[in-house]
Design a protein around this ligand. Structure first.
Ligand SMILES: [Zn+2]
Ligand SMILES: [Zn+2]
Length: 347
């Protein structure tokens, strides 16, 4: 994720809740935070008044710290009202990690997109699946070194350390559905690019937008091509989603995101994210104008600091998202490989 510092947004709740505490961001909507053991050190979770209890949006990462914070919340600030159901926005471990445990511990129905459910189950069934020769070849062919290729193709094992097993049954929710939670009606939206079929919720009556990781105030969510879909265009899908949000939701919507602070300024922030990716595209295009480049060659064009192999694997996958997008748009074309390394140029 790349740090951005926009100043066009307003933050109605500038101080986030401490661990184990809640902040009411709208009548009957509570904001809580769970810590993450990463540079991005927290994830936001929202509780929505559901009559005699609370619907939970996202679970946090699957570790003991988050487990004990949930236990402390239900016996502390949430005491007296049960949890009613769990909605998971997408299959990344900071959001889905503790979902299996939470659903079982509090006997909650689990609502999520089919893609998220199957994506998580798929990794659980076969965590080493990406460490197969066609996937290794994909990274090596695009210029990634053997060490980084080894990291990126074995990430499934790391994922399972952060994710508790899902229950065998879920309730599928799909874009276009309406969800009644307490007295509110939420439109179910989905947006691709950061994660396939990521679920977001929008309450039009009160202009409340639970955005998950699609629109964050100060960072750009990771948008990556993976070896299983090597010609995929996640950046095109992400830009499509941002444009749809700008078109369909009013700008005075309160955005309740998966990380960082709630904010006003959805249209401005969507525009900044679109401009951020166009800026990266322009830099890649400029580099490919002077000579054919591999995807790995282009990483330093976008990421100017030294990267360790783990950071490199993410940087590479992000760069490839921009390359594939521009190939889809006709702004770049694949040219003849050199020493087995695929290369792109401007037409
Ligand atoms: Zn995510
Ligand atoms: Zn996240």
């Amino acid at each position: 994720m790349d740090v951005k510092t926009p100043d066009s947004l307003t933050y109605p709740f500038p101080t986030p809740p401490a661990p184990g505490e809640t902040i009411e961001v709208a009548p009957g909507i509570l904001w809580i935070r769970m810590p993450l053991p990463f540079r991005l050190n927290h994830v936001n979770i929202f509780l929505i008044d559901d009559g005699d209890g609370w619907t939970v949006l996202d679970a946090g990462i699957g570790n003991d710290t988050t487990r004990s914070l949930w236990e402390a919340l239900v016996t502390g600030p949430l005491a007296g009202r049960r949890l009613t159901r769990l909605i998971v926005s997408h299959y990344h471990p900071d959001h889905i990690g503790l979902a299996g445990w939470l659903a079982q511990r509090f006997d909650l129905p689990l609502l999520m997109s089919q893609t998220s459910f199957l994506g998580c189950i798929n990794i659980s069934l076969s965590p080493g699946a990406l460490d197969a020769q066609p996937y290794r070849d994909f990274y090596l062919r695009n210029g990634l070194d053997a060490k980084t290729t080894g990291i990126v193709t074995t990430q499934g094992h790391g994922y399972l350390k952060m994710v508790t097993p899902l229950p065998p049954i879920f309730n599928r929710i799909v874009a276009g559905d309406e969800l009644c939670i307490g007295g509110r009606t939420f439109a179910v939206l989905s947006g691709d690019g950061h994660a396939p079929e990521q679920i977001m919720l929008y309450c039009a009556a009160e202009k409340l937008f639970l955005a998950a990781d699609q629109v964050l105030a100060k960072i750009s969510p990771n948008v990556s091509v993976w070896a299983v879909d090597p010609l995929g265009n996640p950046l095109g899908l992400y830009l499509r989603s941002l444009n749809a949000l700008r078109r369909d939701l009013p700008t005075d919507t309160l955005v309740l995101p998966g990380h960082q602070l709630p904010f006003y300024g959805l249209h401005e922030r969507s525009g900044e994210l679109i401009a951020h990716h166009e800026h990266r595209c322009a830099a890649i295009e400029e580099s490919c104008r002077t000579a054919p480049r591999s995807a790995a060659d282009l990483v330093p064009v976008i990421f100017h600091h030294p990267l360790d192999p783990h950071q490199m694997s993410f940087a590479f996958s992000e760069v490839l998202a921009h390359v594939n997008y521009m190939v889809h748009e006709g702004r770049l074309i694949w040219t003849e490989p050199a020493n087995g390394i695929a290369r792109i140029v401007t037409p």
